[in-house]
Design a protein around this ligand. Structure first.
Ligand SMILES: *Cc1c(COP(=O)(O)O)cnc(C)c1O
Length: 391
């Protein structure tokens, strides 16, 4: 009998060591890590710069609380603002908490304008986290089931559908913000049309709504730019990030631009651990490593190369519905549920993920060698070619 609450189901693999793009299990078998802890360890495992920053800071000061100035927090905020062109940052410990901050900013922004039932537009098949507000924002009724009552103040539209949001705008006079992932991750690696986000920006401008991007998964280089909105020519009002920000050390951030940056006043929000010295030093090492190297352009190139390889090698395969992605966020949607491929991949020494039931999702590290990339691509192609759906 496990003393762990059974939230993750049965777990059959025990990983005990990682280096670069590889991890090892307790029997000593090694795997190419095709998911990087769900888009967390972009720099790979046991990255020297992160390890150095952590050990230095652990020898200096772990924690003091936000009652005091925390120099590493200030340094990290400056670097995040420089790389994002956003104005201000609030630090949290996770993605869901970063989104909680964004949701509170939207509500306060509305209430400050005299809208006392502020409402946020969210999308079908969105994923924003597991806390009550972020679970409400998430577009997955299975995840929500049993946790009613959900929160008021959210309305929903299909993803990648501007007209549907225009309809909501006509129906609801209390909308204050739109919260959306630039590429839906858990929802099946859904990449919107190139016009979607810029049009959403225009729509938000016209209605004086905040455009809030959930870049918890897409941020920190994952799609081939530091943040995914940097593929376009507009600024969001709020951006949340976490996952890759600490390369494995828990840290999240809610960034804001313009009017949204000054919504919070003293006493409006806080966190005991948020922005603590240890986590900030790790994230600083990540930002430095990403911005002082060619790694992010490698992500764009490597991602495009993998996407093309999958399209070439799987051309004509009747099980494959779609192959899509941006940078090193790649989805291969199959005709049938394919959860069993995760175990098959493991036998071949590959860690992969299946999301939304029938979409193989790859979120590899940014530092794979050519050989590791070939092994991952060829291994996944072979799995699909040999796949015999049971459903
Ligand atoms: C993972 C994720 C979250 C939640 O982050 P946690 O750190 O698990 O709370 C929210 N939004 C998106 C897009 C994510 O991928």
């Amino acid at each position: 009998m496990s003393t762990l609450m059974n939230t993750y189901g049965e777990r059959t693999l025990t990983l005990t060591k990682g280096a670069g793009s590889r991890v090892w299990d307790d029997a000593g078998n090694s795997y190419i890590d095709g998911i990087s802890g769900i888009a967390v360890c972009g720099l790979g495992h046991s990255h020297a710069a992160v390890t150095r920053a952590l050990s230095e800071q652990a020898n200096t000061l772990l924690h003091v609380s936000n009652l005091y100035n925390i120099p590493p927090q200030k340094v990290l905020a400056d670097k995040l603002c420089a790389v994002s062109k956003m104005d201000k940052v609030f630090f949290s410990n996770s993605g869901a908490e970063a989104n909680e901050a964004a949701i509170k900013i939207a509500r306060k922004y509305g209430n400050d304008k005299g809208i006392n039932t502020p409402t946020i537009v969210v999308m079908n098949s969105a994923f924003h986290g597991r806390t009550m507000a972020t679970l409400t924002a998430t577009g997955n009724t299975n995840a929500q089931k049993g946790f009613e009552p959900l929160l008021p103040g959210f309305v929903r539209a299909p993803f990648n559908d501007i007209a549907a949001i225009e309809v909501l705008a006509a129906e609801h006079k209390n909308i204050v913000a739109v919260l959306v992932e630039p590429v839906q991750g858990e929802g099946g690696v859904r990449v919107p049309d190139d016009t979607y986000l810029p049009e959403l920006r225009d729509l938000c401008n016209r209605h004086e709504w905040l455009l809030m991007l959930d870049e918890i998964q897409t941020g920190n280089g994952r799609t081939g730019t530091y943040f995914a909105y940097q593929h376009y020519d507009f600024m969001p009002d709020v951006v949340t990030t976490a996952k890759g920000l600490g390369n494995g050390v828990p840290i999240g951030a809610c960034l804001a631009h313009g009017i949204a940056a000054d919504v919070f006043a003293p006493g409006n929000h806080g966190s005991t651990f948020g922005g603590n010295p240890l986590a900030c030093r790790a994230a600083e090492a990540v930002i430095d490593t990403l911005t002082e190297s060619q790694l992010i352009s490698t992500v764009a190139q490597r991602g495009a190369q993998m996407l093309q390889a999958f399209r070439d090698k799987l051309a004509g395969n009747e099980l494959v519905v779609d192959i899509r992605g941006k940078g090193l966020m790649i989805g291969i949607e199959l005709e049938h549920p394919c959860m069993e491929l995760v175990a098959e991949a493991r036998k071949a020494g590959l860690l992969i993920n299946v999301t939304a039931g029938n979409t193989i999702r790859l979120l590899p590290t940014f530092i794979m060698t050519d050989d590791e990339t070939d092994t991952l691509v060829n291994g996944v192609v072979e799995l699909i070619q040999n796949f015999q759906p049971t459903e």
